[in-house]
Design a protein around this ligand. Sequence first.
Ligand code: DC
Length: 222
Amino acid sequence: MSFIVAIDGPAGSGKGTVTELVCKKLNLINISTGAAYRSVALATLQNNISSDDTNKIIELLDKIDIEFRKENDKDLVYLNGEEVTKRIRQKDVTSIVSKVSSIKEVRLKLNKIFKKIAENKNVIMEGRDIGTCVFPKADVKIYLDASIEERAKRRVKQNEELGINIPYEEIKKDIQKRDEADKNKKIGALKKADDAIYIDSSNMTIEEVTDKIVEIIKNKMT
Ligand code: DC
């Protein structure tokens, strides 16, 4: 048996941070599906493949191994045995990830991986299409949102903590562009599932959002 929580929402909505905290409180496994898409984008760059070259990216999929590992209480991402958790947050990866993630074959491969990881486990999977496409029958579905200004502010802070310095205006523009691309994807588009609980976190602290989601999950688990 597995218990699946799907958290979807746009870039910078706080999904990643909140998911990490909720997982710790409830002892659930944390799967960031965006990190997997970012890893495919990184592999594309590492192999000098243009993000427009769909066929080459599809060929590359057979040579990609993505792993989520927990080490010293930290969630780490490995691409072909190399730890890439920080690397996949860099600008070059971010700027092509929407394009790479709009390729049908990429989504099919990653969705298979996500389903396998969740087998017989209790997980929170966060992304864009988890409640709509990957786990339409998830036990709990949340759609986490926030205003564009708030999301850009949060991303700047998060980057700073990782030692990455990108100015606010640049981040805001990039998020707007990604929102547009994410919402207009032919498959796996960012969309609130009809039965997802909508949370606007613009004026909420991380702790408030975390507590709210913990309460929703606890109610469903008992
Ligand atoms: O959550 P994130 O910013 O790390 O996600 C990176 C990109 O991956 C995002 O621009 C869209 C894509 N993505 C997706 O298409 N489907 C998902 N389930 C998760 C992310």
